[in-house]
Design a protein around this ligand. Structure first.
Ligand code: NAP
Length: 540
């Protein structure tokens, strides 16, 4: 039955890795907590992204919670990079172990939230007609959870089935004997294309911009390595947290310049890092992410790999990106480029002739109609702000979050935004979030928020907010950090460039260790930048 008028100390929105741990911490500290989750179960991104081939691009031993030594020891991963079903099973195991499910209302989305200054509480409304009140509202809604389907004319007229990789049916899709079109060649497209191609009768890939992809070099997990890590897991975590992206500590990040290396050394080093696989390719030299001419050498290496793998020269050239490598998120694949050697796979370039229209039978581009039984949209997400702006969230003086962020998100530390007291975001814009190991990031934020709430409570405060100058300064810091990299120089979702009309602002903070140091400094200085206001307990 829908609750109306019930009061909680805190409401947590989202039952992904962030929301589950946030709820656990707050409940453990004695607060009454209600969780809401739009999906039918826990797992967040791993609940929704069930497309074939979906797996994590951070290694299994790193992409997991570290708050419980027992959990770390008891869970066993089977592959170097975990497939989606295994990560979802892990999320369910965590929910069982810490008895989290009973606090969540599933299939229930937050639709609106309004701050009441008189009582210093939030009034929260859901899709299921619930209206509850809480002191603290924590948005653990994820950075890549609001799917982006371009507004193609005629979308509703298609007579076959359409699927978005980020909202895949729970019981899967059988492509056997089907003619399939897929739009999008980001990480989701690149992971799913080889598996869809292996099942479908015919697959046509519509590519607007080619992406760089490095083989994940996935395989069964190395049991000796697992034993070594488990023997001293805490130290392994510390080593990883000292890395820029909070992972990849045990393979060397080389600091020397690609420009100073001989041609032989360059080729040898890139080959070695290609062989190791995944994101670490960008760590082959120290200046790939900073210097355009250094970056060019890494690009060339990958382009030549593509040309050596893909047999048809015209297709190979179409697959070769000419942008900066690592500027958009690097993809990690299993057999992506080789898939284009299959007889049942065709690549169609839509960079000059966009998808004009979806028809009952398929889609039209360049004046030609392609017929399909199924169309897959691998067209990404309204990243970082999408899920925060979907509900109607209103702070002081009825200010809408969407209005405050009309020119792009503004936060202090990616945790709070001024004029919205007692509203927290986990891995919000302005924090390392998508540029770091997400599980490490959400754990860090959940622990920070729980401690801040306890600290405020100890002072008799009912309201935590952000001082405007602290937010303004932080926004500058985030901008300055990104300007020192090549990140702002391409059209990525980090900048909101993939969603028409979205303000172009680089959203994540670059550098997990510096960010962690900043959080520690804030705590040492009495939660500098945050302000509290007290009313006598029990007044709300
Ligand atoms: P994405 O990287 O944003 O890729 C979307 C693709 O759709 C791009 O190729 C884009 O082309 C294309 N597209 C969008 N609108 C289009 C249009 N109107 N016409 C034609 N093409 C269009 O999204 P994603 O692949 O879902 O990945 C998003 C992020 O999720 C990743 O970067 C990663 O952080 C995360 N992810 C991670 C994993 C993993 O752990 N392995 C797997 C999947 C996703 P343009 O490039 O031209 O815009």
């Amino acid at each position: 039955m829908a609750d109306v008028g019930k009061r909680f100390d805190a409401v947590v929105v989202g039952a992904g890795f962030g929301g589950m741990y946030m709820l656990h911490l707050l409940h453990r500290s004695g607060l009454s907590v209600r969780g809401y989750e739009r999906g039918g179960g826990v797992g967040g991104t791993w609940f929704w992204n069930r497309y074939p081939g979906c797996r994590c691009d951070v290694e299994s031993m790193e992409y997991s919670y570290q708050f419980s030594a027992e959990l770390q020891q008891e869970w066993n991963w089977s592959e170097r990079y975990s497939p989606q079903p295994e990560i979802l099973a892990y999320a369910n195991h965590v929910a069982d172990k810490f008895e989290l499910r009973r606090h969540f209302r599933f299939n229930t989305a937050l639709t609106a939230a309004q701050y009441d200054e008189a009582t210093q509480t939030w009034r929260v409304c859901t899709s299921e007609g619930e209206t509850v009140h809480c002191q603290y509202l924590i948005m653990a809604t994820g950075c890549l959870s609001s799917t982006n389907t371009p507004d193609f004319p005629g979308l509703d007229t298609f007579a076959g089935q359409t699927y978005h990789t980020g909202a895949w049916p729970t019981d899967g899709v059988d492509f056997s004997g089907k003619t399939v079109g897929i739009i999008g060649t980001g990480s989701s497209g690149i992971q799913s294309i080889p598996l869809i191609a292996a099942q479908a009768r015919q697959l046509t890939v519509f590519q607007r911009t080619p992406n760089y992809s490095v083989p994940a070099q996935n395989g069964p997990i190395d049991s000796a390595r697992v034993a070594e890590i488990k023997a001293n897991y805490a130290e392994f975590r510390v080593r990883n947290k000292a890395q820029q992206a909070a992972f990849g500590a045990d393979y060397p990040r080389r600091g020397d310049s690609v420009l100073e290396a001989s041609a032989e050394e360059r080729a040898r080093r890139f080959e070695e890092y290609w062989g190791y696989g995944g994101f670490m390719f960008l760590a082959a030299f120290g200046d790939i992410g900073q210097d355009e001419s250094a970056n060019f050498h890494a690009q060339e290496f990958v382009r030549n790999k593509i040309r050596s793998i893909v047999k048809d020269p015209r297709t190979a050239e179409l697959l070769c990106p000419d942008t900066l490598i690592g500027c958009k998120r690097l993809c990690a694949d299993s057999g992506y480029y080789a898939t284009f050697n299959r007889d049942n796979v065709t690549l169609v370039d839509v960079s000059e002739h966009p998808v004009e229209q979806i028809t009952p039978g398929g889609l039209v581009t360049g004046g030609r109609e392609y017929k399909f039984d199924v169309i897959v949209f691998a067209t990404g997400f309204d990243a970082m702000t999408g899920a925060l702006l979907k509900p109607d969230i209103r702070g002081r003086n009825n200010l809408a979050l969407g209005d405050k962020w009309h020119a792009g998100p503004r936060t202090y530390l990616g945790l709070m935004t001024a004029e919205f007291p007692n509203l927290f975001m986990l891995t919000g814009p302005g924090s390392p979030s998508v540029l770091a190991n997400m599980v490490t990031g959400v754990e860090q934020h959940a622990e920070f928020v729980a401690s801040l709430i306890q600290w405020a409570d100890a002072q008799g405060s009912r309201e935590i907010s952000v001082a405007q100058p602290a937010e303004d300064e932080w926004v500058e810091v985030v901008n300055m950090r990104s300007r020192a990299t090549l990140f702002p120089r391409c059209n990525s979702w980090y900048l909101g460039a993939n969603v028409p009309g979205k303000p172009r602002v680089f959203m994540p903070y670059v550098g997990f260790p510096d960010y962690s140091a900043k959080l520690a400094e804030v705590v040492d200085n009495g939660y500098a930048g945050f302000t509290t206001r007290g009313v006598a307990m029990g007044q709300h």
